[in-house]
Design a protein around this ligand. Structure first.
Ligand code: PRP
Length: 177
């Protein structure tokens, strides 16, 4: 099946928006030394670009989770592959996501992190597929709201491909026709 990529958010637009988000976070977290928690793998490029634009001291950590087999997909229950290495108790935490779809993964992670008593817990996501949401989730910083289309690039994959693309593209294949 032939894949066609159509760019929906170009390199320059991404760069500009990521800088704006970093400026906003830098203003909001002055003297707060936040811990930025990236959810692997999709967030790795967004995280790398975001922190290089931050103007405040901060720490970086990662969580890796996997959805259970397709039978349980959509339940939001995840298998924990890598936990934080930083103790977040009493700290200001910002979860860094590449995309929020149903919101179930993040809702599960958020509830888990809240049990560790951070001083605050906010979310920054580069992409928000709002129409797909199945659970309410408070988003403080959103890069772009996007339509319900399958997108790849800038960390996001299809079967582990396309993560390296410097833009966000809609992946279209013959199935869509
Ligand atoms: C993506 C994304 C979120 C999740 C969003 O990860 O990074 O973690 O899906 O979906 P949801 O809002 O419907 O729960 P994915 O499972 O593709 O893993 P990856 O980041 O390792 O590619």
């Amino acid at each position: 099946m032939k894949d066609t990529l159509r760019i929906i958010i170009g390199k320059r637009k991404l760069k500009e928006r990521v800088s704006q988000l970093a400026n906003q976070i830098s203003d909001d977290y002055k003297d707060k030394n936040p811990v930025l928690v990236g959810i692997l793998k999709g967030s790795f490029i967004f995280m790398a670009d975001l922190v290089r634009k931050l103007k405040i001291p901060h720490q970086v950590d990662f969580i890796s989770v996997a959805s259970y087999g397709s039978g349980k997909r959509g339940s939001g229950v995840v298998r924990w592959l890598k936990d934080l290495s930083i103790n977040i108790e009493g700290k200001h935490v910002i979860i860094v996501e590449d995309i929020i779809d149903s919101g179930l993964t993040l809702s599960y992670i958020r509830n888990n992190l809240l049990t560790r008593n951070p001083k605050s817990l906010k979310i920054v996501t580069l992409l928000d597929k709002r129409r797909r949401r199945k659970t309410k989730i408070p988003l403080t910083y959103v890069g772009f709201s996007i339509p319900d289309k399958f997108v790849v690039g800038y960390g996001l994959d299809y079967d582990e491909r396309y993560r390296n693309l410097p833009y966000i593209a809609w992946l279209r294949n013959e199935r869509d026709d």
